[in-house]
Design a binder for this molecule. Structure first.
Ligand SMILES: CC(C)(COP(=O)(O)OP(=O)(O)OC[C@H]1O[C@@H](n2cnc3c(N)ncnc32)[C@H](O)[C@@H]1OP(=O)(O)O)[C@@H](O)C(=O)NCCC(=O)NCCS
Length: 212
């Protein structure tokens, strides 16, 4: 059985561990976490050590693949860790068996696709992306590295969501839209034009509420 280690033992790390065991049949060997005590258990899963120990423990053969369980509130840390470790350690890609992934779609490494998602024809999902429950990515859309799609968010066809965007719960992005990097869409927002300024957008239609 493939042995998975997860960076971060908080909510997202626990969520990955849950589905990795229940659905994907990985063996979760433990968490790397700078804020927990090495050798202790968290929800019956071992704390393997600090994040600085990841590469050494992989070289020693303690696990086979890795995922990052650091959530959207720390998206830059998530990106930095992925960029540091990619190419050195294989990343797992967890796709829940209840999600529909069209055979023409491409999904990058390190992605976590939760139950009930739809990824349609010729969609490209980059690396280290999370699609939360029921997210819909329609035909020919591209979602770049490190993005987070919240539950029931829907992206229509031929859109391009650039890296490190956070798409809020139940938001809608109409077709042919481009969203530039580091943009956050609040829950329930409807995006009907390209978004170019990095910041938080909310409302129907989407308006810039905060610049980052
Ligand atoms: C966007 C969000 C993160 C709040 O961000 P924030 O930076 O703390 O924003 P604030 O609460 O300070 O709100 C700033 C403005 O945006 C408005 N706003 C925030 N969220 C909004 C929403 N979902 N819809 C409409 N307006 C919203 C506020 O009313 C406020 O407007 P004002 O300046 O006119 O008074 C939060 O409101 C949200 O929508 N979260 C979605 C979370 C989600 O998808 N979770 C799923 C994770 S699995």
């Amino acid at each position: 059985m493939t042995r998975l280690a997860i960076i971060g033992s908080g909510d997202l790390g626990q969520h990955i561990a849950h589905h990795a065991v229940q659905d994907e049949k990985y063996k979760v060997v433990g968490f790397f976490d700078d804020y927990e005590v090495k050798g202790t258990l968290k929800n019956q899963i071992l704390i393997l050590g600090a994040i600085a120990e990841v590469e050494d423990m992989f070289r020693k053969g303690d696990f086979d693949c890795l995922m990052i369980g650091i959530g959207y509130k720390h998206i830059k840390v998530r990106r930095e860790l992925y960029e540091k470790l990619s190419g050195k350690i294989p990343f797992a890609t967890l796709i829940h068996s209840s999600s529909y992934i069209d055979s023409s779609a491409e999904i990058g490494e390190g992605c976590f696709i939760l139950p009930g998602c739809t990824v349609d024809k010729h969609v490209k999902i980059g690396a280290n992306v999370l699609l939360n429950v029921g997210a819909v990515v329609s035909h020919d859309t591209q979602v770049d590295n490190h993005c987070f799609l919240s539950p029931s968010s829907s992206i229509a066809g031929k859109a391009h969501i650039k890296e490190c965007c956070i798409i809020g719960i139940n938001s809608t992005i109409i077709d042919n839209i481009t969203i530039e990097p580091f943009i956050q869409i609040a829950g329930g927002t409807v995006v009907i034009e390209n978004l170019t300024i990095s910041g938080m957008y909310a409302g129907v239609p989407a308006k810039l509420k905060k610049r980052f």
